[in-house]
Design a protein around this ligand. Structure first.
Ligand SMILES: Nc1ncnc2c1ncn2[C@@H]1O[C@H](COP(=O)(O)OP(=O)(O)OP(=O)(O)O)[C@@H](O)[C@H]1O
Ligand SMILES: [Mg+2]
Length: 316
């Protein structure tokens, strides 16, 4: 299958146990109502989001030879995501897994195992797959220690050499004190870098959105952005700096909002929109995401996102 946007990085299986309001004592058992299993991990969410919008996409990631890995493959195939780059690792490892305990209060607790994501390295990436896509998006960058610095730079360069443009996004990693090794030698190889505000601050320090964008651009990123949650996003290109507001919608779950944003933004870039217009499409896509429970549940076909944008403009 031909792929227009290839997503590279982590994949996680999220098991959401609901409702978990108390903790068992050692050696005892407590019941909860039910468990839901979902795909997680930024590039996997973005790939599913792109597929739902109707964009030809693929996922390059690593799973283990276990039931969770089989679930990832089945979900990706079902949504039409190309899985040629989804590698199965054999041996004593597991597919990355989060057990999310959701209490009725909504304030969830998570147990997470890195599984195969912890060893995801350049050798797991078939760079032949970079030939053909117009964009290669590297996401979850702070969570893959073997893809820090020179190793990441190598893949970014390979993607550009194959004729693709490159995009980057991060994920929160509270254990990582110093984020500079993640991106050492990488900035000039990003066409787009678009983290969330909290993640950006781990890299740049506590700067204003305009200064964050400048910080990335000063280091060689061509199009720099920062996602600002319900405040929208900011983006700087050669044409200047602009802030794009979020759409006013009824938010029920922000899981995957940033990944849905990337799906919409990259779709806009693929279609030749100016990056500011692409950011508006990203905002509109994530506005659909936050109105439903789950990282990709609410994402419709592209024409419906565009129709929503037209309606919102008329009402403004
Ligand atoms: N409450 C909201 N209402 C409308 N849009 C929202 C809301 N929250 C987030 N968004 C949209 O989603 C985009 C991305 O959200 P956010 O900045 O939280 O990304 P993120 O932190 O990367 O998210 P994630 O947790 O998925 O990684 C925002 O730029 C905005 O357009
Ligand atoms: Mg994010």
């Amino acid at each position: 299958m031909a792929v227009d946007i290839l997503c590279v990085g982590i994949v996680v299986v999220d098991a959401v146990g609901l409702y978990v309001d108390e903790w068992p004592r050692e050696g005892s058992l407590l019941l909860f109502d039910r468990v839901e299993q979902h795909i997680g991990g930024c590039p996997a969410n973005t790939a599913l989001g792109l597929a739902k919008l109707g964009i030809r996409t693929g996922l390059v990631a690593k799973v283990a030879d276990d039931g969770l890995g089989a679930f990832v493959k089945e979900q990706m195939r079902r949504h039409g995501v190309d899985v040629r780059g989804l590698k199965t690792e054999r041996g004593p490892t597991s597919t990355s897994y989060s057990f999310i305990m959701l209490p009725r209060s909504g304030d969830r607790r998570i147990y997470h195992t890195l599984g195969c994501n912890g060893t995801f390295a350049p050798k797991d990436v078939d760079t032949k797959l970079f030939k053909g896509p117009k964009w290669v998006a590297f996401e979850g960058l702070s969570l893959m220690p073997r893809l820090f610095g020179a190793n990441l730079a190598k893949l970014l360069k390979a993607a550009r050499k194959a004729g693709a443009r490159t995009a980057g996004d991060t994920a929160l990693n509270s254990k990582l004190e110093d984020w500079s090794p993640v991106f050492a030698g990488c900035w000039e190889h990003f066409d787009v870098f678009f983290p969330s505000e909290e993640e950006a601050h781990r890299i740049t320090g506590p700067l204003k959105p305009r200064e964050v964008c400048r910080w990335f651009r000063d280091r060689g990123v061509k199009i720099a952005g920062v996602k600002l949650g319900s405040r929208g996003c900011a983006v700087e290109t050669d044409d200047g700096y602009e802030e794009v507001p979020a759409y006013k919608v009824k938010c029920v779950d922000t899981t995957g909002a940033g990944d849905a944003f990337m799906a919409g933004f990259l779709t806009g870039m693929l279609k030749g929109l100016h990056p500011v217009e692409a950011a508006r499409l990203g905002s509109a896509t994530s506005a659909h995401c936050v109105q439903a429970v789950g990282a990709t549940t609410g994402i419709p076909k592209l024409n419906r996102v565009q129709a929503f944008q037209k309606r919102a403009k008329r009402l403004a």
